[in-house]
Design a protein around this ligand. Structure first.
Ligand code: ATP
Length: 469
């Protein structure tokens, strides 16, 4: 309590700076807040007017939580109460009974988690797990503003930046935040690949006389309060997809629904994007995410250690610094190297110490950001695994279920088409398969790709991920 009171000025000044509060907002809403009491993990803040509670709750609850946690190191639940509340009234603001309260929260979480899953959201991608640094603070503040007032402030919100820098993480954070506040909101996250493939299917089925296919496609995408489209660069050059997306966009925008888009570049640099879509993308706010600086990389590594409970490995500081120094331009790789380090340590039955030597072994296959990305079979297998969200170990295993077998054959096909690697070597890299199995896989995908437009779309997207140039 004393710490919070002592640090209160520091906390609210941090909030003002980091969340770009105007003087007026700061003086009206934040300055009058006072620390009233702390009970267990709940911090009670008093407010001048009862009527302002809802507004402050909606606008400033999360920023306050974040700043208090950053300054004091403690995450509190926050409750706002009117300034002149009496002790007996105070009880009405407290949770009625600890057990019922916890049960209520648990049930709410369960319900929201289920809704988030249906919206295709990754439960790990929230504002709480997102590290804010100089590279992303503008995008973060914009995302938070959209999360607080969807459809009202920046519409669309267009996030762009290089591979693995947190665009998807931020989009999902906004969606989780909105659902947490109001689980009745309809939220949908899709990649532009899914949008394109579903459109291709709807058109194909429509041609067989089934008119409902297109209607249900449109219902799915237009009947939302928040639509998130990831990696929109992959719809470029596909006329019918751009056309349909244009109408989806207009429909949602006219209805005041929030659209969030991510891309690897800003609209002005998307050369073959139709002009009418480009202008629309520029209507709202465009925010970029760049590569993180050293301090942010360190903070991300520490956050990951905390979230994945890796403290028990006692990873020395110089090892963490070594990773942060060497992996500079892709946060996915930053996280990957930490995972690889732990995997190496465990493979060696915890015999080898976690030190710089082990770390350099873990990092040796990672592409140096300064070098041009060389297309190797290893890289292809990596990208395919990530694209289909299937672990590399499954691609190499003897598992034969359709999803895995399909991804494995696509990896074979791409290794053959994009590199000079002999069939035998591809087979070895994919779990010791013989060259005739690889040959069969390559032939199968080569044939299917001729007749299957969704497969062809998927493969062209994976190719761009492997070699963006
Ligand atoms: N600021 C951050 N704090 C914590 N984790 C982060 C941050 N930025 C990215 N990450 C993590 O890095 C990984 C890659 O991020 P994400 O998938 O959001 O990148 P992306 O920009 O969407 O990449 P792509 O261009 O490949 O779609 C994720 O695991 C994400 O949680």
């Amino acid at each position: 309590m004393i710490t919070i009171k002592e640090k209160w000025e520091e906390i609210i000044q941090k909030l003002k700076v980091e969340y770009f509060l105007s003087n007026i907002s700061f003086e009206t809403w934040i300055r009058p807040l006072e620390v009233y009491d702390i009970v267990d993990d709940t911090l009670y803040l008093s407010i001048n007017f009862k009527a302002s509670i809802e507004h402050i709750q909606n606008k400033y609850l999360l920023p306050l939580k974040v700043c208090i946690a950053e300054v004091t190191g403690v995450e509190y639940d926050i409750k706002f109460i009117p300034k002149d509340v009496s002790q007996s009234e105070m009880e009405t603001y407290r949770p009625s009974g600890e057990t019922e309260y916890k049960e209520e929260i648990k049930q709410k979480h369960k319900k929201v988690n289920h809704i988030a899953e249906q919206a295709n959201l990754n439960s790990k991608y929230t504002f709480d797990t997102f590290v804010v640094g100089g590279n992303n603070n503008f995008a973060h503040a914009a995302s938070l503003a959209v999360a607080e007032s969807p459809g009202e402030v920046y519409n669309p919100l267009f996030l762009y930046g290089g591979v693995g820098l947190g665009k998807t993480h931020l989009m999902h954070s906004v969606a989780h935040y909105i659902l947490d506040k109001d689980p009745s909101k309809k939220v949908l996250y899709v990649t532009s690949e899914t949008f394109t493939n579903e459109l291709i299917d709807a058109i194909r089925i429509g041609k067989t006389g089934n008119e409902l296919a297109m209607t249900s496609f449109r219902d799915k995408y237009r009947n939302n309060d928040v639509l998130l489209i990831d990696d929109v660069q992959f719809i470029i050059g596909k006329e019918s997809t751009q056309e349909e997306f244009f109408h989806t966009f207009n429909h949602l925008h006219n209805a005041g629904k929030q659209i969030i888009i991510s891309s690897d570049k800003p609209p002005k640099d998307m050369e073959t994007l139709e002009a009418r879509l480009r202008t629309r993308f520029e209507w709202g706010l465009i925010a970029d995410i760049s590569a993180p600086d050293y301090e942010t990389r360190m903070a991300i590594l520490y956050k990951k250690i905390e979230i994945d409970q890796l403290e028990r490995y006692n990873i020395p500081n110089d090892v963490i610094q070594y990773i942060a120094t060497n992996i500079k331009s892709n946060i996915r790789e930053l996280e990957g190297s930490l995972n690889k380090l732990i995997a190496l340590y465990r493979i060696n039955n915890n015999q080898k110490e976690i030190d710089i030597t082990l770390a350099s072994e873990a990092l040796k296959d990672l592409i140096s950001p300064d070098e041009n990305r060389k297309v190797t079979p290893e890289l292809i297998i990596d990208v395919v695994s990530e694209h289909f969200n299937i672990p590399i170990s499954d691609l190499k295993s003897s598992k034969r279920n359709a999803e895995i077998a399909n991804a494995r054959q696509i990896a074979m096909y791409l290794c053959r088409k994009m590199t000079d690697t002999p069939l035998k070597t591809i087979g070895l890299l994919l779990g010791g398969r013989d060259h005739s199995t690889v040959n069969h896989g390559v032939d199968k995908v080569s044939n299917d790709v001729e007749n299957n437009e969704t497969l062809s779309n998927t493969i062209s997207i994976i190719k761009k991920k492997i070699n963006p140039v």
